[in-house]
Design a protein around this ligand. Sequence first.
Ligand code: HAM
Length: 429
Amino acid sequence: MRYQALRGTNDILPYQASRSEHTFDSCFWQFLEQAFLRVSSRFGYEEIRTPILELTDLFVRSSGDTSEIVSKQMYSFLDKGDREVSMKPEGTAPVMRAYLEHSLGAAGSPTRLCYFTHIFRYERPQKGRYRQAHQVGVELIGSPTPAADVEVIEVACRFYEEIGLRDLTASVNCIGREADRARYGEAVLAQVQSYLKDQSEEFRAQATKNPLRLLDTKVPELRAALDGLAPVLDFVSDESRAHFDQVQAGLTEAGIAFQVDPSIVRGLDYYTDTVFEVHSTSLGAQSTLCGGGRYDNLIDSMGGKSTPSVGFGAGIERALIVLEAQGLLPEAPRPDFVLVNATPGATPVTQRLARELRAAGFSAITDVDGRSLKSQLKAADRLRARYAIIVGDDEIGQGTATVRDLASSQQIAVAQDHLVGQARSGFAF
Ligand code: HAM
């Protein structure tokens, strides 16, 4: 039996000149991770890594039991100790659990955390939507101010700038506090009353429990029934509206292009006031690159003291898809040197030269299989190395090495003792 990766999961492989739709290249992955860590650390965020498994209740309590993620998509099971556990479907709740468990806020507010995480959601896989996906994200914990919202949105935008993405739209909205949303929920139910009449009892019960979930629907009849519904922004308090005005002013001041999109409500229950998403026109159906917002009640709902916070999560696979579609993937890294034995007796010399080159910070690959000269040179081309360093009987006799530029095929003889020095300063072909 030949095994295959599970549907909706992808292998992340070494660079391939032409890759299949279901794989990603690890070098581009590293490029994104490093860019993210650079940008978030410029803003003072420090990395946190949390376990893949958590108690299921953590997600039920935080994301909401009527959210699509919790009700349909979690990978949950009983562990051998009969505990209900789940593979994390998102990164925020585990970070908040760790924040409380380790009293990370004790050092003073606010706490800035960033992460790179797997997420697991049993979704219908398609390009840009997977069952195992990856996010980078930040959480700014312990600040209620509009400036905190602006900072988090700015981190997301600067990350995309850093990796060179263009044609992005940042969309923001304000969904108010719990009481505002309760009133809005009533308006939603009133709007779709005649549609609900013909639905199952179970559907009606779900809708009544969390009417805002209806807004995510793709069912055409329900979409039609929702037509003409006033946006949630019409229902928020003066305080929330003033906060939102200041967020918009702050974004303008930061030079961030954005639009207000009254249709953004987000699929997780923990949000309050500001929510935002970044979209790309190159992504097709799965156009959301990044989503986040403020979640002032999450930490109290987990047993901590009230700690207003804001954050975002950004899909890594989606960023890579857009980079590729826009022809913006950086050049894949290439090894500097492949050392080639033109005679079996050259092995100790090439091994020594490779060690010297590595100690100087270059990458240097040696032949460990005693292959022919021809097949070693072929391998150097396949590896896309910059230079081959060839050592045969003549070079051993003269204490030299032949350096060949593999792109131009030009070559020169260099004294073995000067190889590292010349590699540093550039070879004079
Ligand atoms: P989310 O909107 O569920 O938010 O996910 C954030 C991003 O993760 C999405 O915009 C998308 O790029 C990516 N993503 C989500 N699911 C998948 C999937 N199945 N396949 C590929 N990419 C996916 C959250 O997860 C929140 N924790 C964000 C947050 C942090 N809010 C506050 N702090």
